[in-house]
Write a protein that binds this ligand. Structure first.
Ligand SMILES: C[S@@+](CC[C@H](N)C(=O)[O-])C[C@H]1O[C@@H](n2cnc3c(N)ncnc32)[C@H](O)[C@@H]1O
Length: 226
């Protein structure tokens, strides 16, 4: 059995620096899953959003323009300085409600935000090793208020004959080099969430343009938060 390979922080930074604005071209398959997240994430009640891997800031702009209350704040980190500068530029109209940081690729987010009530990661966990995913989830658990929500979307396993065929091709390409698919792999999110720490409110898999995505909205169990 071949060992799964993951992008290093340096590879991820270089890849997404090169990708830049073209990341938004992925909307043809990401859009439906993001709409589902917006529908289920309870953003109208949010006060402080934290996003890991904000990319070009497209989701942030949508959230701040149409979904969040006017006082809600938005904080994000991304490993790519190009993505950070695209997001900062895009979100300039929202002034001091927004803070965007370049990260070193590690997962201690306490230096950027002490707490949040929405922790968002959209097509990011599917780049990370299982150990890194658990570190992110531990951090999210520590940062989220008791009424907060974990809001995740990833590439997932096929859920239709066509999307299963696409995922077979995706895996083939990734075996040649993870860089061919931006480091992303199909991931089942729900099993990553320990039932002692998370209550899963929504777990939906859908396919758009034959690419499958999983949407999970989960709440920290009582042991979390203040
Ligand atoms: C597939 S893109 C998704 C971007 C955006 N969330 C979207 O849906 O369009 C993955 C993003 O995660 C960022 N990223 C990858 N590894 C990271 C890490 N360890 N820490 C922070 N950001 C990371 C990349 O720079 C890139 O912007």
């Amino acid at each position: 059995m071949t060992r799964e390979r993951y992008l290093t922080a340096k590879q991820a930074r270089e890849f997404y620096n090169r990708m830049g604005r073209r990341q938004d071209w992925q909307r043809f398959y990401e859009g439906r899953a993001i709409d589902a997240l917006l529908q289920h994430g309870g953003f109208a009640q949010a006060t402080a959003v934290f996003e890991l891997g904000c990319g070009t800031g497209a989701l942030a702009e949508e959230l701040l323009s149409h979904h969040l209350p006017p006082q809600a704040t938005y904080t994000a980190v991304d490993i790519s300085p190009v993505m950070v500068s695209l997001t900062r530029r895009r979100l300039r109209p929202f002034g001091e409600r927004v803070r965007v940081f370049e990260s070193d690729g590690t997962f201690d987010f306490s230096r950027y935000a002490e707490r949040c009530d929405r922790f968002v990661a959209v097509y990011v966990l599917d780049l990370l090793s299982p150990e890194a995913i658990q570190q992110v989830l531990d951090q999210a658990h520590a940062m989220l208020d008791r009424q907060g929500k974990l809001c995740l979307v990833t590439l997932s396993e096929g859920c239709t004959p066509l999307s299963r065929a696409v995922i077979r091709l995706w895996r083939g390409a990734r075996r040649i080099s993870p860089l061919l698919v931006g480091g992303c792999r199909p991931l089942r999110l729900a099993p990553c969430l320990s039932p002692e720490r998370w209550r899963i409110d929504v777990d939906q898999t859908l396919s758009a343009a034959a690419v499958p995505s999983e949407i999970v909205v989960a709440s920290p169990t009582d042991e979390a938060g203040a």
